[in-house]
Design a protein around this ligand. Sequence first.
Ligand code: PBG
Length: 337
Amino acid sequence: MQDGTRAGLVRPPVESPYLRPRRLRRTPALRELVAETTLRAGQLVLPVFVREGADAPVPISSMPGVVQHTRDSLRAAAVEAAELGLGGIMLFGVPTSKDAVGSGAVDPDGVLNAAIADVAAEVGDALPVMADLCLDEFTDHGHCGVLDAAGRVDNDATLEVYAEMARAQAAAGAAVLGPSGMMDGQVAVIRDALDGVGATDVAIMAYSAKYASAFYGPFREAVDSSLVGDRRTYQQDARNALEGVREAQLDVAEGADLVMVKPALAYLDVVRRVRDAVDVPVAAYNISGEYAMVEAAAANGWIDREAAIMETLVSIRRAGADVVLTYWAAEAARLLR
Ligand code: PBG
């Protein structure tokens, strides 16, 4: 046994006695030469919130620096995102009125569909316009689907609404749809719905391995969610990694163009396993709670904010994510310049 407390150079038994890894860390240029992981603006997607009827952006207190946009301020944010060369912008709607079936989600004039049209008109193909495809922002009970008579989330009834929502988002001009409701069969139903109206070019980025997570907390404020209870009958159990791989494989079989793991940081092992198991691009969502933790620690002077942001994004890429959704996308793109 090597004595790790011994002074001097400790050599693992099977390594060459000549290896000194510090040689390649000596200068920034050498470190650049051997860096294994890249981070580009084009790999980052900016999630944004748009609030119906807002006449000024509304700050989200649990996500310092993030706002609920007005339709105008969202357009400006999209132009900036395109100029920065981001890989996409992911839209979430915050409607003024909600009901049991999430009617606002399928209404062509609903806040999300109207915002998709705004942004698509503004940036065209220069910035992929992505839309969250889920009912939780639009339902008064806050669940991702419609409920049956017993108050349970009804999988197959929800799929019918998702199909209609997909057609509405495609008609509004979305390039990529992000089904995030974790209903079984959602990707196949959405693919069929899109193909049925000739929207064969609209891609699906499936939230495949989406875990029931405490780290979504700030998002609930961001979308004025009225959820009572939890999403554990449809989102995954944190103890399961193989199940995440199976969910991703199912979504690929159903026609997903990209698959996603979410959250990112507490699930980096799942990101790696999914990356190794499928042959489509893998995205990971650096979610609201992950953002809030870094911002809160930085605001207290406990960590170096910019260094922590970049280390976070690199770690998600290193785990195997090809695409990273992050509220820091625009700032990171600026730092990368
Ligand atoms: C569901 C959805 C959620 C998030 C993205 N899409 C919330 C949830 O499933 O509870 C969370 C994003 C974040 O926390 O940053 N529409």
